[in-house]
Design a protein around this ligand. Structure first.
Ligand SMILES: CC(=O)N[C@H](C=O)[C@@H](O)[C@H](O)[C@H](O)COP(=O)(O)O
Length: 231
């Protein structure tokens, strides 16, 4: 029940959360580039920021006054779970000052059993939890596991979820009709029209990442579009 109180006090209203992330192999990685992206997002009305890694979480928390969703991506050999895979990452995210800890809540590798401890840790440390799921069933499980927000982040990134080119609006709609915690539409939202459609499907929040903060992917979309005329 404590988690319900938590999520009431965080975001000021429904709206856009901007995901500001650059992994080590991306051109914007390092320095204060991602922090500047977050400041720009807040300046134009983002109601929250989602970011990866203790460095960027800490740095963005100093620079913005909207809630920050933190995650730590880590590849573990032999595992497909990479968004906040273990308690070590949860501890580092909380320590860095994130308001919300985002973690994988998919039905793989016994994760639904293990994640209970991670959620409990975040809650006792005063942070809320966003469950990144890939299917309706995982979203329902996440609510039972006491997640405060359920995001469609991983739809298309598990082998058993629909492999869509665009956002999974159907998952947003089904979850929004069923669960009692806020649903976050996330993943492959590229246009303002798609963001509107996600809210119309029932999402409380919409996370947009690459379309705003990954210039190499934005550029590629233009180049590919032009290629139809200039092969
Ligand atoms: C699947 C995965 O690793 N998603 C990550 C989760 O944090 C990020 O790389 C995405 O940028 C984020 O989910 C936002 O989605 P999009 O960039 O499509 O707007």
């Amino acid at each position: 029940m404590g988690s319900v109180t938590l999520n009431k006090t965080l975001f000021s209203q429904r709206g856009l959360i901007v995901s500001c992330q650059a992994l080590e192999d991306e051109p914007l990685h390092g320095g204060d580039t991602i922090r500047k992206m977050a400041v720009a997002a807040q300046m134009s009305g983002a109601i929250g920021i989602r970011t990866n890694g203790a460095h960027d979480i800490r740095s963005i928390k100093e620079a913005v006054d909207v809630p920050v969703i933190g995650l730590i991506k880590r590849d573990i050999p032999g595992s497909d779970i990479f968004i906040t895979p273990t308690l070590d990452e949860v501890k580092a995210i909380v320590e860095a000052g994130a308001d919300i800890v985002a973690l994988d809540v998919t039905d793989r590798e016994g994760r639904l059993d293990q994640v209970r401890e991670l959620i409990a840790y975040a809650h006792q440390a005063g942070a809320a939890v966003m469950a990144d799921v890939s299917t309706f069933e995982e979203g329902a499980a996440a609510e039972r596991l006491d997640a405060d927000y359920i995001g469609t982040t991983l739809s298309g990134y598990t082998p058993y979820s629909p492999q869509l080119e665009g956002p999974d609006f159907e998952l947003v709609r089904r979850l929004s009709e069923t669960v009692s915690v806020p649903v976050v539409a996330e993943g492959r939202i590229w246009t303002p029209e798609e963001a509107v459609k996600a809210l119309e499907a029932g999402a409380t929040y919409v996370v947009v990442g690459s379309a705003i903060t990954r210039p190499q992917l934005i550029t590629r979309r233009y180049v590919e579009a032009l290629r139809k005329l200039i092969p």
